[in-house]
Design a protein around this ligand. Structure first.
Ligand code: ADP
Length: 252
């Protein structure tokens, strides 16, 4: 049994009177690369907001790093990259270096100067996401996929143990989606970062994820990519509430 970095026990959530999550139980083991999938409106973003402490469950408990979320303080252990990160326009006046340095402001404070150690950390994060040659490029001049790499670097400077990504590949072209997954795979395998990825790229994701969970108000599936691939079309359609055709890839 692997230890859990996130533990969700019997969690329900309502917006006004509408029940969106219904007695969800969910564990994310340390070191895993968890792909969270499900139909639109299935409650994925709501679950992420609960994990980030932005919403509070109606019932049930959430533990982060074995600590009840109500007492959890080590938020710098958790990095978050949202699909909305991908929104700098051409005129946004910041270089890649400056955007990544923003990930350190909680440690350094606004308007303080970065010392050599901080600068090395920023460069290391930029290297890790393969963006060294763009270090002094204006963020607005980069493609959507390159910008998402920069946002990952921004969350890496504070050395997170867990990285949560909410549909980070929306708006990224298919060739760069593959490269993006390779980056996530390396962060998971080589840096030991646990990943929780919300995505619609079921095909590409099953190549890289170590675990898959499928959420539609309740958790319909939680297991290995191979087991997910063995679900019948009918079982998958039941989860999605309508017929779906899923393309999955071999898991190396
Ligand atoms: P997903 O991320 O899987 O698409 P969401 O968590 O965004 O699902 O949404 C789950 C359900 O909650 C949807 O029916 C959505 O319309 C509803 N919902 C989401 N946010 C709000 C909100 N702020 N107020 C009311 N209903 C909401």
């Amino acid at each position: 049994m692997r230890d859990s970095i996130i533990s969700i026990q019997d969690v329900s959530f309502n917006y006004e009177h509408k029940n969106v999550l219904d007695h969800v139980n969910f564990e994310i083991p340390y070191g895993s690369f968890m792909g969270l999938i499900g139909p639109n409106g299935g409650g994925k973003t709501t679950l992420i907001k609960l994990l980030l402490g932005e919403l509070k469950p109606v019932t049930g408990t959430i533990k982060l790093f074995n600590t009840p979320i109500t007492q959890f303080k080590d938020w710098n252990k958790i990095g978050f990259v949202s699909q909305k990160s991908n929104s700098f326009n051409k005129d946004f006046p910041a270089t890649v270096f400056e955007v990544v340095s923003m990930g350190l402001t909680s440690k350094v404070g606004y308007f303080k100067f970065f010392n050599q150690k901080h600068k090395a950390k920023i460069r290391q994060a930029i290297d890790l996401v393969g963006m060294r040659e763009y270090t002094y490029e204006n963020i607005g001049n980069l493609s959507g996929g390159q910008q998402q790499r920069v946002f990952i670097a921004r969350s890496l400077v504070s050395d997170p143990t867990l990285l949560i990504l909410d549909e980070p590949t929306v708006g990224v072209d298919s060739e760069n989606v593959q490269r993006f997954y390779e980056l996530l795979h390396n962060l998971n395998k080589e840096q030991g970062i646990t990943l929780l990825l919300v995505t619609h790229d079921t095909g590409t994701m099953t190549e890289y994820a170590t675990d898959i969970a499928c959420l539609n108000k309740t958790l319909h599936f939680h297991g290995k990519p191979g087991e997910y691939e063995n679900l019948s079309d009918r079982e998958i359609s039941e989860v999605y509430g309508h017929p779906v055709s899923l393309i999955t890839h071999d898991h190396n």
